[in-house]
Design a protein around this ligand. Structure first.
Ligand code: PRX
Length: 631
């Protein structure tokens, strides 16, 4: 959150209104009407949504709620890849492009729906032949390449639970996720491309599988030059495996409540949380929101800039758009290489009509100026969307004027790894209020509440809570159900998003930022615990604390405070050493922008570091009540 530029007048709302044709032609139609239909008959509403996908066997009840556990579409059987692939092949989309991919060097790949089905099937057969079974966990650690999507869908095809780890994570982060999930196979690429350079991923995997006894094989997608050698005992080549197999694999019939995948998200304390999503509810939730929130139509070219390694990529690069039979464009290309015009050039070249990105990217483009986007014809754009952190009004306006040309609605979607799908947004066609994400979508009951779970008056702030289960909600935290229960017991018996929010008089919700110690850097959640434990694993550091400080582009950046062990002196050399150490253990996204050496840290009497005080001091704010501090 950028505290300085996030001031929205609550009493003088300013709205942008899309052309009425947007509402008339949208899937959702009139928002209020759709919302009231949901409220009048929630089960009926979700039954209708569930009817938009195909089931091998029908479900006999929409939902069962046994606090805090919900089961959705009881006894229904389905396979999400049948819905993402076979269904479209059978219904006239066989030769429609499913994926357009573009690499950094300008290389391109396209897969029609039938080609994607054949590739996914063949790779699924290969996994099966290796002994991967329904319920086994498979770790996918890859860059943004089509093979990453093929690997995910192949797992889902046979009922294996994929655990995708973002390709920018380092050795420790990967090792921890492989061990916690007990992954049997790790699928990787030898290299990822970043601004013209090859970044080696395979050595990271080799180190990360040490002390991970569950791993039986590593599948390597080889793309670098010269071709990397494989260690024959456990390393196998991606395409050698795939090409041996037949190109049809019967989809596994999955119960609606069987796990589809697990995805780790940072926690404020301890290890990252393996969020579990279930086959049926996740399919229904992502199909529904991609269609009705992003308003995907048959002829759209859809681009979501997220990495499939994060939830946004799972739900809105892979599953949601493919469930809708859309044409998905995606790329490994960063927004600034070879220059700041590349993304706008890609929108023009591929005729992208729906563009879904993050505030941090928008703020970066704002800073370099619209001369880059002005060079390209962006008239193919129809809908713009944002996710990951608050879209501050300045960034909203820049995006609206310079990219959307005062014509395209901006759909600011609030949701989380845990929610699986969009929860709060302004629907296409509805008046947009900069600074506010919007209202709960039909299907979702959200509110801003106080610490006891009581609804706050309009115009006030509090905690963002969800009051009714939804199909794509997390089912548990892998190996740690206690942490799951906490989501439902912190604010009375509501789901707590752990976000702070303000309720506008018009029903719109402004999300302000995290209420805990997670730091959102460039839209990525970073757990303070992960960075701090990386710092103290360095020989020079006795104790460490990290906080988020506002950054004009990334929203926040990490500032670290470190107490050195006796015999070590603080120096610039040591600072860069520590930054490098965090980079190698957790990953580049977690690297502190600033490090300060200190003699002590503010702590409670029980020894817990109070980051709030560090942060207040750093920002020149009032630290609040400090009476419980040790010193
Ligand atoms: O703080 C909120 C912020 O991102 C958090 C969820 O992060 P993650 O699980 O990594 O998922 C990110 C993509 C869904 C939330 O608790 N956040 C996400 N979207 C928004 C947002 N904050 C404000 N506005 C948004 N549109």
């Amino acid at each position: 959150m950028t505290e300085q530029d996030f001031s929205v007048p609550l009493d003088a709302p300013k709205y942008y209104r899309p052309d009425p044709s947007y509402r008339e032609q949208s899937w959702i139609g009139d928002y209020e009407e759709a919302y009231q239909r949901f409220i009048a008959d929630p089960d009926g509403f979700w039954r209708e949504r569930a009817a938009e996908i195909e089931w091998f066997e029908p479900f006999d009840r929409v939902m069962e709620w046994d606090f805090p556990y919900a089961r959705w579409f009881l006894n229904g059987k389905l396979n999400i890849t049948h819905n993402c692939l076979d269904r479209h092949v059978q219904k006239g989309r066989a030769n429609k492009v499913a994926l357009f991919w573009r690499g950094e060097q300008g290389e391109e790949k396209a897969y029609t729906y039938s080609q994607l089905l054949r590739n996914v099937s063949a790779f699924a057969n290969a996994l099966k032949r290796m002994g991967v079974k329904k319920g086994d966990r498979v770790c996918i650690y890859m860059p943004v390449v089509p093979e990453q999507v093929i690997a995910m869908l192949a797992c889902a095809r046979i009922g294996a639970v994929h655990s995708v780890v973002f390709g920018g994570f380092g050795v420790n982060a990967l090792n921890q996720r492989i061990r916690d999930s007990g992954s049997k196979v790790v699928i990787t690429s030898d290299v990822s491309m970043r601004r013209g350079k090859e970044i080696q991923l395979k050595p990271i995997v080799e180190e990360a599988v040490v002390n991970a006894p569950s791993v039986e094989a590593i599948i390597v997608h080889r793309r670098g030059t010269p071709m990397v050698e494989l260690h024959s005992e456990i390393e196998l080549d991606f395409y050698e495996l795939l090409e041996r197999e037949s190109n049809y694999c019967e989809p596994e019939s999955m119960d609606a409540e069987d796990p589809l995948f697990l995805l780790y998200t940072s926690g404020t304390t301890g290890s990252p949380k393996g969020i579990i999503h279930a086959c049926g509810g996740y399919a229904v939730g992502t199909q529904y929101t991609t269609k009705y929130v992003l308003d995907v139509k048959e002829d759209d070219v859809y681009w979501c800039t997220a990495d499939p390694g994060w939830i946004t990529g799972h739900s809105y690069v892979v599953y949601g758009p493919l469930l809708n039979g859309a044409t998905v464009f995606f790329t490994e290309t960063t927004p600034d290489f070879p220059d700041h015009g590349i993304w706008w050039k890609l929108i023009r070249d591929y005729g992208v009509s729906i563009f879904y990105t993050a505030p941090t990217a928008i703020r970066m483009f704002m800073r370099v100026g619209e001369q880059w986007s002005d060079r390209y014809d962006l008239s193919s754009l129809r809908v713009l969307a944002s996710v990951g952190e608050p879209l501050n009004p300045e960034a909203f306006e820049w995006f609206y004027h310079h990219i959307g040309k005062d014509r395209c609605p901006i759909v600011d979607t609030w949701w989380q790894t845990e929610t699986g799908m969009h929860m709060i947004t302004t629907m296409v066609g509805e008046p947009m209020r900069p600074g506010f994400a919007g209202k709960p979508i039909p299907g979702v009951v959200a509110d801003v509440v106080d610490m006891d779970g009581r609804s706050v008056e309009a115009g006030n702030g509090g905690f963002l809570a969800i009051k009714r289960p939804w199909p794509s909600m997390l089912r548990t935290v892998y190996n740690d159900d206690e942490r799951y229960r906490k989501y439902w017991t912190t604010l009375d018996s509501l789901y707590t998003a752990t976000d702070l929010a303000v309720k506008g008089h018009d029903g719109n919700i402004m999300v302000i930022g995290r209420a805990d110690d997670l730091i959102i850097v460039a839209g990525h959640n970073i757990g303070t615990a992960e960075v701090e434990s990386a710092l103290v694993s360095h020989e020079a550091v006795a104790e460490a604390a990290v906080i988020g400080v506002p950054d004009p582009v990334k929203g926040n950046q990490i500032k670290a405070f470190a107490i050195l062990k006796d015999g070590y002196a603080g120096s610039d050399r040591l600072k860069s050493d520590l930054r490098y150490h965090v980079r190698m253990t957790v990953g580049p996204i977690a690297m502190p922008g600033e490090i300060e050496f200190v003699d002590s840290l503010p702590k409670t009497r029980s020894g817990k570091i109070v980051r709030r005080v560090l942060r207040a001091k750093e920002l020149g704010m009032d630290p609040g009540d400090t009476s419980t501090l040790e010193d």
